[in-house]
Ligand binder design. Structure first.
Ligand SMILES: [Zn+2]
Length: 60
């Protein structure tokens, strides 16, 4: 199973932050705890718009 968390992003479906996970190298999900929202395939979405830039590494 190729499932990879690539960072934190804002979910286009519910507007909440969550963990961005790529499955099978193509399917993008956002995980909010136990809830998963399917966003779309890599070619249909813009990951740069979803991912939260965390350069300042502010307190979480
Ligand atoms: Zn969501």
């Amino acid at each position: 199973m190729a499932s990879k968390a690539i960072g934190t992003g804002v979910c286009p479906r519910c507007g909440r932050p969550g963990t961005v996970v790529i499955k099978a190298g193509n399917y993008v999900y956002i995980k909010h705890g136990n809830t998963w929202h399917y966003i779309g395939t890599m070619d249909k979405i813009n990951l740069n718009k979803i991912l939260i830039k965390d350069e300042k590494n502010e307190r979480k």
